[in-house]
Design a protein around this ligand. Structure first.
Ligand code: KG4
Ligand code: ZN
Length: 349
């Protein structure tokens, strides 16, 4: 771990978490998160305008708390990194406007960075420099991708991605079908603890031999969601109780099975010996355990951040900014835009 290097402030507002992190070198000093998830829960999903307004209220207090936690003053910060995309444009704008204002006020550089690259690089705060090459399995509410990360994390090549729903979206939709709160992933994880993962054989998308040949590293979760909906409706039509724990465990098993099988296959096919997980779904206990088992069996080394660093946070953006600053990457200037669809191949503006 490096305790020298620039002191970098990271700001994350791409969805419903207002995250402010402080990192020096590769040392995490503060990771403040304010979430509007309780306000979103009554709508059963993230309402962009609600998220933007919540960021506006949360950002200044979160910044104060992060500085207090880290024991630093604003004037000591060397550079700022902020999520420029992908994400909800109105939500991104709040973080980007705050970052630019701070950069002007403090006279320091600002990096507009990629949220997805942050989910991969955050692991370095706990486990040191990422190996080169490494394959990243990035699974969140908006993305499910297999990424080949090379050139010391400077180059990210997408190997595959979801063709429909993201893994987190599948968790959230199934949770909704089961009457569990939003966001559903953590609730499915908890409910599954009391269930039988083999109770119901839910489909594994794009895993039949023909599909595998055409889409070896792509995912599809919309069929799973429909299968769960049909299964639950059939039970309700027959006036039978829905075994929530068994449905949760079986569905979680199907998602973890496909994600880990394809991730291990990508490592094997590309001759890469290290796999890193990232994104909110990487907090899932079954996914973490299955990835561990399968990587061990395949002779691969697995790196997984703590659950609190898997879900959206400011530390991951600060970590990416610190890496860019240390590598001498030029800052973004003040005229960079927010991009809802920023490609993962681009770490910063
Ligand atoms: O990375 P993230 O915090 O935000 C996005 O960039 O999307 O991911 C949020 C997603 C949600 O769909 C949430 O249900 C899921 O991550 N998630 C989980 C768990 N914790 C969060 N899914 C399964 N198991 C969990 N323990
Ligand atoms: Zn995310």
């Amino acid at each position: 771990m490096s305790t020298d290097g620039p002191l970098v402030l990271g700001i994350e507002t791409s969805c419903d978490e207002t995250g402010v992190g402080l990192v020096r070198g590769s040392v995490l000093l503060a990771n403040e998160i304010a979430s509007s998830v309780d306000e979103q829960a009554r709508f059963g999903g993230v309402v962009p305008e609600v998220a933007s307004r919540a960021h506006l209220e949360a950002i200044a207090p979160a910044l104060d708390r992060a500085c207090a936690d880290a024991g630093v003053r604003l004037g000591e910060i060397d550079a700022i990194a902020v999520t420029a995309g992908p994400g909800l444009v109105g939500a991104l704008l709040v973080g980007v406007a705050a970052a630019k204002a701070l950069a002007v006020g403090l006279g320091i550089p600002v990096y507009g960075v990629n949220h997805l690259a942050g989910h991969v690089v955050v692991d370095e705060l706990e486990h040191g420099r990422l190996p080169d090459p490494v394959i990243g399995l990035l699974v969140s509410g908006g993305h499910s991708s297999l990424l080949l990360v090379t050139d010391d994390a400077a180059t990210i090549e997408p190997l595959g991605q979801t063709l429909d729903d993201a893994a987190g979206e599948a968790f959230d939709k199934v949770a909704r079908l089961l009457g569990l709160p939003f966001p559903g992933g953590p609730w499915i994880d908890r409910a599954a603890l009391d269930g039988d993962p083999e109770a119901i054989a839910f489909p594994r998308g794009l895993s039949a031999p023909g599909d595998l040949a055409q889409h070896p590293y792509d995912f599809s979760f919309s069929g799973l969601k429909s299968a769960v909906a049909r299964w639950v409706r059939a039970r309700e039509a027959a006036a039978e109780p829905v075994p929530v724990a068994d449905v949760a465990a079986s569905c979680q098993e199907a998602i973890a099975d496909v994600l880990t099988a394809k991730a291990v296959a990508a490592c094997r096919d590309r001759g890469v010996r290290d796999l890193v997980l990232g994104g909110g779904v990487a907090a899932n206990s079954r996914l973490r355990a299955m990835a561990q088992e399968r990587c061990a069996a395949a002779g691969l080394a697995l790196r997984v951040p703590s659950p609190g660093l898997c879900t959206d946070n400011g530390a991951m953006i600060a970590a990416l900014g610190a890496r860019l600053a240390a590598a001498g990457v030029p800052p973004s200037g003040l005229d960079f835009a927010t991009t809802s669809t920023m490609s993962v191949t681009r770490s910063s503006w």
